[in-house]
Design a protein around this ligand. Structure first.
Ligand code: HAM
Length: 420
């Protein structure tokens, strides 16, 4: 038997309903926040991610799904959404009007990681990116999006961790300080960290393996290396978050796994008992150099993304049920196959007039069909028999009052429109 690829999963039943619920909620939230929907390709030129996400990130150096297409071009399945949205922003010259572009997107992402609970090779992200403003208020807005979403869903165990990486100057100063600090202790570090030391010393700070080493605890803090402008930016972000009643903690360990960040970075983690080690529900931050790095003008950007799977796991861990049971309007029961065609006529009439429902496609007995009715719980049950066909009628039963009437098919829509 052919099985699904490792690190992927199928969606059906309850899970499908939960996903549609989150999609609906996020779409609704995005229109409230005034973001526009973007959709970019699932595969892009490999170079986009090499230049965008960064050669030194684990994502690009170890985890991409790369392939050559039949025209011998190097392609990569997107490991994240930001690089593609930035490419689209540049390619479509959306910076042209000099204003703000606020984009939201969702879709599948691909990373060749070791699958475990909360970590898949194909997973789904919902994300936003805002271009054209360096206002720290926009950083605060971005951080407020997942916080609002989690609040709307009733999720309680969440922690917002923020940090700053400063601008280029601050970051370089900090980088040098880290190099000086860690150089004499290189042989104490794990192999990965030795590598990071060479390529991107900032990443030493989020090593899970070495985090308890003394040399980690005494590492210099970015806060002490920020220039005036970067310090001001970060202070304002905090002030806005406080004004927005968003609880957060400044956590110098948040350095993010992608290379494009400047200034504010943040992660929201699930603080729920028994939740697995993959507890980062979402992450993001500012990336003021990325548009330029990818060939566009110097336009600042800021955004975040959350993983659908981890959110569903957090909801499950807090035993939150997503109730979006939209009651269907009708269920049609033709008494036998001779009246099916008339039933199909009624079915289509109802659907084109905006009612949702179904008909029995299994040609079962009336008794069996009433079991289906119990399961589907439609507002109306429509029964089609010989008399209905002959006299162009329908028998319609209100499933809650149990009231049953026979009416002319021509009057069916008016009848339903006038019910409450
Ligand atoms: P990221 O932290 O790599 O950031 O991913 C964001 C979220 O995607 C994570 O917090 C997690 O919930 C989910 N995620 C990542 N990898 C996996 C996986 N293998 N399985 C399941 N879920 C996963 C980014 O991707 C940035 N593009 C976010 C961003 C947008 N920054 C600025 N704008």
């Amino acid at each position: 038997m052919i099985q699904k690829p490792k690190g992927t999963y199928d969606v059906y039943g309850e899970k499908g309903k939960q996903i549609l619920y989150i999609e609906k909620l996020f779409k609704c939230l995005m229109s409230k926040y005034n973001y526009e929907y973007f959709k970019t390709p699932i595969f892009e030129a490999s170079e986009l991610f090499h230049r965008g996400v960064g050669e030194t990130s684990d994502i690009v150096s170890k985890e991409t799904y790369d392939f050559k297409d039949r025209g011998d071009r190097n392609m990569t399945l997107r490991p994240e959404g930001t690089a593609g949205i930035v490419r689209s922003y540049i390619e479509n010259k959306l910076y042209g009007n000099g204003g703000l572009t606020k984009a939201w997107y969702y879709g599948s992402m691909y990373r060749y990681e070791r699958p475990q609970s909360g970590r898949f090779r194909e997973f789904n992200q919902f994300g936003v990116e805002a271009f054209g403003s360096n206002d720290p208020a926009l950083d605060a807005e971005i951080i407020s999006i997942p916080v609002t979403l989690y609040k709307m869903l009733g999720l309680k165990g969440i922690k917002v961790n923020i940090n700053t990486l400063g601008d280029n100057e601050s970051r370089n100063n900090y980088r040098n300080a880290l190099i000086e600090h860690f150089r004499p202790h290189l042989d104490e570090l794990c192999e990965d960290c030795k590598n990071r030391f060479e390529k991107n010393p900032l990443r030493l700070l989020d090593c899970k393996q070495d985090k308890d080493l003394e040399v980690m605890k005494t590492a210099p803090k970015i806060i002490d290396y920020l220039n005036e402008e970067s310090r001001k930016h970060f202070e304002l972000v905090q002030e806005y978050l406080t004004q927005m009643n968003i609880d957060y903690k400044v956590n110098p360990g948040v350095v993010r796994g992608l290379d494009y960040y400047t200034h504010t970075v943040f992660e929201v983690e699930a603080d729920i008992e028994g939740f697995g080690s993959q507890n980062v529900l979402c992450g993001g931050g500012r990336y003021n150099n990325l548009v330029e790095t990818l060939g566009g003008p110097s336009v600042p950007g800021v955004g975040f993304a959350f993983g659908l799977e981890r959110l569903l796991a957090a909801l499950e861990a807090e035993k939150i049920n997503l109730e979006d049971e939209e009651q269907i309007d009708f269920y049609i029961i033709p008494v036998d196959e001779t009246v099916k065609a008339y039933g199909m006529n009624v079915l289509n009439l109802l659907r084109i007039n905006g009612f949702n429902g179904d008909i029995d496609y299994l040609n079962r007995s009336i008794k069996a069909n009433f079991k289906t009715v119990d399961r589907l719980n439609p507002k109306y049950i429509i029964i089609i028999g010989e008399d209905e066909v002959k006299n162009k009628l329908v028998t319609i039963k209100n499933n809650s009052t149990k009231e049953e009437v026979k009416i002319k098919i021509d009057e069916l829509i008016d009848y339903l429109d006038n019910q409450d």
